[in-house]
Design a protein around this ligand. Structure first.
Ligand SMILES: NC(=O)c1ccc[n+]([C@@H]2O[C@H](COP(=O)([O-])OP(=O)(O)OC[C@H]3O[C@@H](n4cnc5c(N)ncnc54)[C@H](OP(=O)(O)O)[C@@H]3O)[C@@H](O)[C@H]2O)c1
Length: 342
């Protein structure tokens, strides 16, 4: 199949591209050219800025795509550009959305007075009623978090005649190339000389739905091998969710770190060590609709996924933003002081 990926060189899109190439598909990536194609042999590319997506319509047509996979649709404007560019001539569109569309996200982020939502979240769970879920964290209108909201994008794509859209709502994804560092944020602390890692109690008991990136990519590859479905929405997630404590324990076991994971009542910890979220709200995901509809089972177990991710982190160095480095520095200093006092 001929697949055009909008994005596709950084993390999830990169794994989707590499899975599709490996399984015999023909893949073209649209991106700006700032992320290298390292490890993506066999793909072709069209370089451009997504703001100008419609102006590449003829270049896209020349590739004769049978399906588009959009990895960088964050705002209503992105949704409108997808429609303007592809509606009416493309047989199938896959849109990567997020489980942050569910109301549970607003409860977790203290953005609503709604009660704690039932979990695991299914595709029928209530959606957020607040808009722009990350605006309060944005530095200004140029920050991607300012206008980000996948709910209106999903709605407009699903409602658009001439676009046969499948929406995949993703959980917290981890694996090689994860620039959000969901394994590394714990692994980085598991040095041989370090004896203790602190976890705030509320956070340690919180369950977060996760997905290993190669399993997510395999699910999408598997979906393409099925007959075109009508428009629809599917959650993707690993079948078993862990609490944060269990997640850190798993990483430690596979990394061979034998120190103590110390659970501390939140009120005993200083601010930098207490995330501001409402951890009474778990954020776990039920992806059984997709598994049953598509007859999909994940190629990698949790253990295998962590082994692969840890091995990758030990062999590679990702660029870490100055903002992130500063946040970790503050946390490490606060943790050091707390341990020295107690
Ligand atoms: N990671 C998670 O846990 C998670 C959870 C839920 C949902 N999601 C969703 O999953 C999707 C995939 O994210 P990803 O970052 O892993 O995808 P990706 O496709 O691997 O990376 C982003 C791509 O977009 C290109 N790009 C960025 N800005 C661009 C622009 N202005 N114009 C043209 N190309 C641009 C980048 O290449 P260049 O830099 O070369 O342009 C890169 O190829 C996103 O929609 C995200 O919201 C992720």
């Amino acid at each position: 199949m001929r697949v055009l990926i909008i994005g596709g060189t950084r993390f999830i899109g990169r794994h989707i591209a590499s899975t599709l190439i490996r399984t015999g598909h023909s893949v073209c990536l649209f991106h700006r050219g700032s992320t290298p194609l390292e490890g993506l042999d066999g793909v072709s590319e069209i370089l451009g800025e997504k703001e100008n997506l419609p102006s590449y319509r003829e270049r896209f047509r020349d590739f004769h795509p049978e399906v588009i996979i959009d990895c960088i649709g964050y705002t209503e404007t992105d949704g409108r550009r997808l429609i303007e560019t592809f509606a009416g001539w493309i047989p199938r569109l896959i849109f990567l959305s997020s489980c942050d569309v569910y109301r549970a996200h607003a409860v977790l982020h203290r953005a609503t007075d709604d009660p704690v939502q039932a979990t695991p979240l299914t595709e029928e769970s209530p959606l957020r009623t607040n808009v722009y879920p990350y605006r309060k964290y944005a530095s200004g209108p140029e920050d991607w978090r300012y206008d980000y909201d996948k709910i209106p994008v999903e709605r407009m794509l699903l409602a658009q005649p001439g676009l046969n859209t499948t929406v995949f709502r993703l959980p917290a994804v981890h694996g090689p190339w994860d620039y959000q560092l969901r394994v590394w944020e714990h692994l980085r602390k598991m040095e041989p000389g370090r004896k203790v890692i602190l976890l705030p109690e509320a956070f340690s008991n919180w369950f977060w739905g996760r997905g290993y990136v190669e399993n997510i990519a395999a699910a999408i590859g598997h979906f393409l091998s099925k007959k075109p479905a009508s428009s629809g929405v599917f959650n993707l997630s690993d079948p078993v969710a862990l609490s944060q404590k269990e997640w850190v324990e798993q990483i430690a076991a596979i990394a061979g770190w034998t120190g103590e994971i110390m659970i501390v009542p939140d009120e005993q910890l200083p601010d930098p060590l207490r995330p501001p979220y409402n951890f009474v709200q778990n954020w776990t995901i039920d992806a059984s609709r997709f598994r049953e509809m598509a007859g999909f089972s994940q190629p990698f177990t949790l253990e295998e996924s962590l082994e692969r991710t840890i091995a990758w982190h030990r062999a590679h160095q990702l660029t870490i933003s100055a903002e992130q480095v500063e946040r970790w520095q503050q946390e490490d200093d606060a943790e050091h002081r707390w341990l020295a006092r107690s």
